[in-house]
Design a protein around this ligand. Structure first.
Ligand code: SAM
Length: 253
């Protein structure tokens, strides 16, 4: 199987990621950030969390890498527009990072590990470019902990379909619960795990993203029924969707 990035790079998917910030999605890592640090953000996407990281470590340097050039361009333009001078963005693959050994004081990666076929190989690469004593922080969802109400069979089908699609693409929708083990097995020590929920309010923030993604996957019978169920749900007065995020930090001892 070949690894494929499930959300893709439509403007809808990119805007969905771009609503994130260090405060809303990276709070677990903030206590470990220090001015002057050299920090890597792996899979930075449109860079909205990365820019928060850069501000937190100023005058240290933030490097954001992503394997998709369009995301790098968006992140670099945002840094320029916002006058963030201590952030660099470049194309790169987490499996073969373009940096020498022992380059960074800290490494952050948000919403990437659920898309990886070889998370242990990725962690070996993070270990290589992290300085001795450096810290790594990972955060990924776990689709086993999602809270959905009121549920219907079509809605359940839509969520099951997304999980199946991510698995077909060699990702793991349940990687959140495995992050602690992955860090430990890769040699990191003093690991601290935590978890948090993101409640989508309004619901349409998430449902339109999922509906368009399902529709884009033309090979699926019933795609229209699933996307309609998501859109109807987004209008339901009692509609509730909370997403589970798992977080870990660990040190290269
Ligand atoms: C879900 S987005 C997360 C973006 C950002 N970290 C955030 O949370 O808003 C995952 C990003 O990882 C990138 N990505 C996927 N596989 C990658 C790989 N092997 N190496 C580097 N980046 C990768 C994708 O291009 C995408 O931009």
């Amino acid at each position: 199987m070949q690894e494929k990035y499930t959300p893709g790079y439509s403007s809808n998917a990119t805007n969905f990621m771009a609503k994130r910030s260090l405060d809303t999605h990276g709070a677990f890592f903030k206590p470990y950030l220090r001015p002057g640090m050299k920090l890597l953000d792996c899979g930075c996407g449109p860079g909205t969390i990365a820019l928060g990281l850069a501000k937190a470590i100023f005058p240290g340097m933030l490097t954001g890498i992503d394997r998709e050039p369009s995301q790098i361009q968006i992140a670099a333009e945002s840094a320029f527009t916002q006058g963030v001078s201590n952030a660099d963005f470049l194309e790169g693959n987490i499996y073969a990072l373009p940096f020498p050994d022992n380059s960074f004081d800290a490494i952050f990666s948000h919403a990437l590990f659920e898309h990886l076929q070889e998370p242990a190989q990725a962690l070996r690469e993070l270990w290589r470019v992290l300085k001795p004593g450096g810290i790594v922080g990972l955060r990924s969802p776990d689709w086993g902990g999602f809270l959905i109400a009121p549920s219907t069979p079509e809605l359940e089908k839509a969520f099951s379909y997304y999980k199946w699609l991510q698995q077909q693409n060699s990702g793991n929708p349940y990687v959140g619960r495995e992050l602690r083990a992955l860090l430990r097995q890769s040699g990191f020590t003093d690991i601290k795990a935590s978890a948090s929920y993101q409640c989508y309010e309004p619901l349409s923030e998430a449902t339109e993203y999922l509906a368009l993604l399902i529709e884009a996957s033309a090979k699926v019978d019933g795609a229209t029924a699933m996307s309609s169920a998501l859109r109807e749900w987004s209008q339901h007065p009692d509609g509730f969707f909370a997403q589970a995020w798992c977080e870990v930090v660990g040190w290269k001892g």
